[in-house]
Design a protein around this ligand. Structure first.
Ligand code: F6R
Length: 608
């Protein structure tokens, strides 16, 4: 979703703004803009619809040495993607970039009669509001920003510059992240720490309700009620290699292929296969508290929701007397759901910023239920607001489609389930097989990826022609199938849906014809025969099937089989998901679409 960058220092602001916006491209956007201000107070505003490359074309004719500026990539909410709706927005002497939504913009706009509105955005309303308090520099910019924000309802991360105070930046946040980079003779701002990598390792994560006045050598933070805040400087852990393609054509393929290593990071120091134990420090629950847990609520959106569903299937297999409900955050936040006592909520989010998931977290906390984050982005809002948590540590996920985060989210939650089971005294003969498989999973992932990548690449060519797909699975393979369908639809724009195998006869079987292909997950194990009969049902109706299986017994004459060879019994469906990730990737490459930035989607969904 929208990205913000800002710079005040000794260097050319335009250079950082453009490179920073490029780093944020992965979040999804449809227009971009920057403004810089010279020492003498002259502003250079450049905006363009479309990609940053368009902005750069305009920049070539407007190069400036200015040392202060702000920039933005916009993902349209109010008003179509266009140059006039792109940020920064100007009102009088100030320029503003904004992430989030000003909900009461209509009421505010009605009062701002002096401003001649040029865009359809809620952001321009905020710019005009700040300017109405600024009164052409009669009041300090930071005070005008505070006064304006006190009237605003909604969410924002903002950065403001004024031509009258050309050596400072003002930033503020409520519900939309902002990170301040602390440099030498320079202060940088970004909505995502990845834009700061390579410039500084030191960062201050602004909290909701805080506003900061930044110069090249000073950072003054206070609350909207003028209480000073003593900022904590944290280290940015990301390195440059983690945000580059590293020789791959696309981030998506890189992130799929790096899962052996990213999962190793998730497991590091947490799993001991030798003595059959799992230790998670982050949740911060005592043995007694773990023993008391009777109900788990798992909350997430999209892929994070699927990870929760899949983990739930596993956890209930080995944890006694516990019920698990995995919920879609955007639904759960408006449900009147009763949360029983002795519940714990797992809040699952790669970005740690998803608005619906965050809203659920806040609601659940209000009810006094302990919340545990399963988060990737370090220092993100969800990570900071949960009572305890387990970072998945997969490093930056740049491609919009989530892959490596999914695998690690599932395993992090299963590990949490195992810590509950251990505390509840479940026999080690039940738990050890899970722990052993988890410890061996990174290596199995490597084998499956290496062993299937060429096969899937070939198969993809045969199926890229279809507009519809059905994904099928049973038990743990069902949520895996749901994730497979989501991956295919979001990157290749193929209409794909998942069904539990047992549901076929209750409706979806009617769809099987030459417009569709089917992807069936057939793991070895007690339900193998049932899945095989379901495959037969589809086959008998002329289905165009790809079967992904680890069973040596599967011998039906389906169109395509991807056989995975693995010693894993329990986590085979998670390995099958790798095949589905590759299938979505290669079909998209064959169709020629933008793999890493699918249309209409954003990486971090910070608005409802
Ligand atoms: C799909 C995808 C999305 C996200 C969802 C939640 O590939 O990436 O469905 O999983 O938007 O995002 P996070 O995990 O950041 O809360």
């Amino acid at each position: 979703m929208c990205g913000i960058v800002g710079y005040v220092g000794d260097k050319k602001a335009q250079d950082f703004l453009i490179s920073g916006l490029k780093r944020l491209e992965y979040r999804g956007y449809d227009s971009a803009g920057i403004v810089t201000v010279s020492e003498k107070g002259k502003a250079t505003l450049i905006r363009a619809k479309g990609k940053i490359a368009e902005l750069e074309k305009k920049l070539a004719k407007n190069k400036r040495d200015d040392n202060v500026g702000i920039g933005h990539t916009r993902w349209a909410t109010h008003g179509e993607p266009s140059e006039k709706n792109a940020h920064p927005h100007q009102a009088g002497s100030i320029y503003l970039v904004h992430n989030g939504i000003i909900e009461n913009y209509k009421e505010l706009k009605a009062e701002l009669k002096e401003h001649d509105f040029k865009s359809e955005t809620d952001t321009e309303v905020l710019a005009a509001l700040i300017n109405s308090f600024y009164k052409d520099g009669k009041h300090p910019l930071v005070n005008a920003v505070v006064q304006a924000l006190k009237l605003v309802k909604g969410t924002y991360g903002i950065a403001v510059v004024s031509v009258l105070e050309p050596s400072e930046l003002v930033v503020a946040r409520s519900g939309s992240p902002l990170v301040i980079g602390v440099g030498n003779n320079e202060t940088l701002v970004a909505s995502d720490a990845s834009a700061l990598v390579g410039h500084t390792k030191r960062a201050i994560y602004l909290n909701d309700g805080e506003v900061a006045l930044l110069t090249k050598n000073s950072i003054e933070i206070k609350t909207l009620n003028a209480e000073p805040v003593s900022a904590k400087v944290e280290e940015i852990e990301t390195n440059l290699a983690a945000i580059q393609k590293g020789g791959y054509d696309h981030f998506l393929l890189k992130e799929i292929m790096e899962q052996p290593d990213s999962l190793r990071e998730t497991l590091r120091g947490r799993v001991n296969a030798e003595n059959g134990t799992v230790r998670l420090g982050g949740p911060g629950l005592s043995e007694a508290e773990l023993r008391k847990i009777k109900h788990l609520i798992i909350v997430g959106c999209g892929t994070a929701y699927h990870a929760g569903l899949l983990a739930g299937y596993y956890i209930e297999k080995f944890t006694p007397e516990i019920t698990i409900e995995t919920v879609i955050a955007s639904e759960y936040r408006y449900r009147d759901a009763y949360i029983p006592k002795d519940s714990v909520a797992l809040i699952v989010s790669q970005s740690g910023e998803t608005a619906d998931t965050l809203a659920c977290l806040r609601e659940i906390k209000k009810q006094g239920i302990p919340t545990i984050g399963i988060v990737n982005a370090i220092g993100s809002t969800i990570a900071r607001e949960v009572d305890g948590g387990t970072y998945v540590h997969v490093g930056p996920e740049i491609s919009v489609a989530s892959t490596k985060a999914f695998t690690s989210q599932v395993i992090a939650m299963v590990m949490f389930g195992l810590t509950i089971a251990q505390a509840k005294g479940v026999k080690s003969s039940i738990l050890t097989p899970y722990i052993k498989e988890i410890a061996g999973l990174p290596e199995e992932i490597r084998k499956v990826l290496d062993g299937s990548v060429e096969t899937v690449k070939k198969i993809a060519k045969d199926y890229a022609k279809y507009d519809h797909a059905i994904y099928l699975g049973r038990d743990v393979a069902y949520p895996a199938a749901m994730e497979g369908a989501l991956k295919l639809k979001e990157v290749s724009y193929t209409d794909a849906n998942a069904y539990a195998f047992g549901e076929l006869k209750h409706g979806p079987l009617a769809l099987v014809d030459d417009r569709f292909f089917e992807v069936a997950l057939v793991p070895d194990g007690v339900l193998l025969e049932k899945s095989v009969s379901n495959v037969q049902e589809v086959l008998a109706r002329g289905g165009h099937m790809i079967v992904v299986t680890n069973s040596d017994e599967f011998d039906l004459p389906v169109e395509s089989v991807v056989k995975i060879t693995t010693s894993m019994k329990l986590f085979a469906p998670l390995l099958m998901n790798l095949v589905m990730q590759l299938l979505a990737y290669y079909i998209t490459v064959d169709k020629g679409y933008n793999v890493d930035q699918p249309r209409n989607l954003a990486k971090s969904v910070t608005v409802e």
